[in-house]
Design a protein around this ligand. Structure first.
Ligand code: GCB
Length: 627
């Protein structure tokens, strides 16, 4: 299969009970559109590419989307996919569509906020763009899609070149064989319909923005090219100043014969080394660097890293740091840290819709800055890569999560396989980002043996794939109605850091009930209170116990912080949530109007009283024991 080296990214060791062939067969059904074996080029945002952002023609297909799926749910290659430009005045009327005169939609973007008639639309939208391509002898061209929600199918000049499942991770489709010199019709069908066995499943508390929501580009590379790399600080048994000088990792050259040479240069750190690939196209290295300044929130130093092999060259800006746990402490470069932050959804402040621009990212981070955060939980799915880049540059530590939210089909092996692919896609894209310190495998899942086995395996897979970061999950329960709360979820055994969600004062009891709670955990590990909070509509005022007021939201947080300060292993807090965000399930008129109102800021970035409480706690360190 072109595009993958078995040892590089084979799923063989990962698939439980399903062979790769079976998964491939499943890809042909709408129930699963994941291509298990394929290319994913790392660092595309730092490569020289031909951007395909901008206007694409689009056609909306009302369910049941017969242009995309046949009666059995198999994907069709006829119809819109062929972009036949029918002669609508005199030709036979067997295909009644025309992309060339269809309206246009911005990529990246979501169709929901583009056109009010599509605001609640969940289904198939077909995108088309005429793309000039000049194939160069010996070169290969890939279409890179930063993310499209949820299933995507891509045709070039009527030939289906790839499909992908998952709304929040990138994919690359090779167009070399399907493209010709001149104008090429690129058609992408995006289906945002929810299914029980999807990840996330059918219900979740955010907005199902459909469309090609992240950057799209053409990446042209030589026949053998660098598709993956990992450059990090040596992660030994204990952190020492010696580790702080040693960089290690690998560079992978796709389709390279054994012995292909690769150069690694980090000029500012005095690193220049020639490496050679093994039979799998992988060149591993360990090098000493001089005078390395480690990345930290106080000093988010990034180094220009240059990788080259033959005619291919990639540059990236990478920070080097060490993160680990020691008992209940979280250590960054050997020093205990307290993570003070907030949960962040990938919704654009003020204008609404998915985060797609540098401006959106800057706005979100400006609110984090206002509360004096050093950390953010990017919930509940991998965010636009711009977020991690921004955090890398500004020194914000991050939690990154795959969308295993509450109830998913834990009993199905193909759902597990899908989760593994999403996990790998997330880690592969972001493993060179110093800001990301935690990989989260799930949020608020039901505590039962089937789920625990699924998530334990997934946590172990995350650790195997990236042993340099900490693995976490946000747990929910036990019931907090008693004053003694004992958390003994077996999933904690598989985690490095425990995430705990609870809503005392909102979904359960009164704000001051928190004062009487005494929490114990059956593991001695660092703990992050990963969600807590209450809803308030900005500008709505009243007493400390009046629901939906800014005063009550602030009151809940004050009591929460007091409770958390008494729990010895608390090493982080992220109130739910930085900013009000759209959710299809929040339908109380005048108060919610389609928004989850637990934001510290409104969706227009207006500061609520809760933000002031959080800023005070983070500035005065009234919450926050690092040791
Ligand atoms: C939760 C979920 C989060 C919701 C939040 C809420 O526990 O993890 O996705 O949005 O509660 O507001 O209910």
């Amino acid at each position: 299969m072109p595009g993958l080296h078995a040892a590089q990214w084979s799923l063989k060791p990962l698939l439980r009970g399903a062979t790769a062939a079976l998964v491939f067969a499943m890809t042909l059904r709408c129930g699963s559109a994941q291509e298990p074996l394929r290319t994913l080029i790392v660092g595309v945002d730092h490569r020289h590419t031909q951007s395909l952002n901008g206007d694409w023609h689009y056609l909306v297909e009302q369910p049941p989307a017969r242009e995309l799926y046949d009666d059995k749910g198999n994907v069709r290659d006829g119809g819109y996919a062929q972009n036949t430009h029918p002669n609508i005045t005199s030709g036979p009327h067997n295909s009644e569509y025309d992309f060339s005169t269809a309206p246009t939609l911005k990529v990246p973007g979501d169709w929901n906020t583009h056109d009010p008639t599509l605001f609640r639309f969940e289904g198939v939208v077909w995108y088309e763009r005429d793309v000039p391509i000049e194939p160069k002898p010996g070169m290969r061209t890939f279409l890179h899609v930063g993310a499209a929600n949820y299933r995507s199918f891509v045709w070039v000049n009527g030939k289906r070149i790839c499909q992908h499942e998952g709304g929040f991770t990138p994919f690359d489709c090779e167009v070399t064989g399907a493209a010709h010199a001149g104008t090429n019709a690129v058609v992408i069908a995006v289906d945002s319909t929810r299914h029980r066995d999807d990840i996330p499943s059918v219900s979740y508390d955010w907005f199902n923005y459909g469309g090609i929501t992240r950057d799209v580009s053409l990446v042209t590379v030589p026949a053998h090219f660098i598709d993956d790399y990992d450059v990090h600080l040596q992660h030994g048994g204990t952190f020492s100043s010696k580790d702080a000088r040693t960089l290690t990792g690998y560079v992978h050259v796709q389709d390279a014969p054994a012995g292909t040479s690769v150069t690694l240069r980090i000029p500012e750190a005095g690193v220049e080394k020639t490496l050679t690939t093994n039979a799998d196209g992988r060149a591993e290295f360990t090098v000493n660097a001089t005078n390395l300044s480690l990345w930290s929130p106080a000093s988010p130093k990034l180094y220009r890293v240059v990788l080259a092999s033959g005619a291919d060259e990639v540059t990236d800006d990478i920070g080097f740091r060490d993160v680990r746990v020691d008992g209940t402490k979280i250590l960054l470069n050997g020093k205990a840290v307290f993570l003070q932050g907030a949960n962040v959804h990938a919704e654009a402040p003020v204008r609404g819709g998915r985060v797609t621009t540098d401006e959106d990212v800057k706005n979100l981070f400006s609110m984090l800055q206002q509360i004096n955060a050093n950390f953010a939980r990017l919930c509940h799915y991998p965010h636009d890569e711009r977020m991690e880049r921004y955090a890398d540059r500004t020194g914000i530590m991050l939690w990154s999560e795959i969308p295993l939210w509450q109830r998913i089909s834990f009993d199905k092996s193909d759902v597990y396989d899908k989760a593994v692919i999403m996990l790998h896609e997330m880690i592969r894209r972001d493993r060179n980002k110093a800001s990301v310190i935690l990989w989260s495998v799930s949020n608020e899942t039901p505590n039962n043996p089937v789920r625990t086995k699924f998530l334990t395996d997934l946590a172990n897979e995350a650790r195997r794939t990236d042993p340099t970061r900490l693995i976490t999950s946000a747990l929910i329960g036990p019931k907090v109605s008693e004053d003694q709360v004992r958390q003994d979820d077996q999933l904690m055994q598989a985690l490095d850091v425990v995430g705990q969600n609870e809503y005392i004062g909102w979904y359960e009891g009164q704000p001051e009930d928190a004062d009487r709670k005494s929490w114990t955990f059956s593991v001695n590990k660092p703990l992050i209170f990963s969600e807590f909070g209450a809803e308030a509509k900005y500008g709505n005022h009243g007493g400390d116990h009046d629901r939906w007021t800014e005063e009550q939201e602030a009151n809940v947080l004050e009591h929460q912080f007091k409770m958390m300060e008494k729990i010895p292993q608390v090493r982080g807090v992220t109130p739910w949530v930085l900013m009000d965000f759209r959710s299809t399930t929040r339908n109380i008129p005048k108060l919610q109007d389609g928004y989850n109102r637990k934001g510290l800021f409104s969706e227009r970035m207006e500061k609520k009283k809760a933000a002031v409480v959080v800023r005070k706690a983070y500035t005065e360190h009234s919450i926050g024991k690092a040791e």
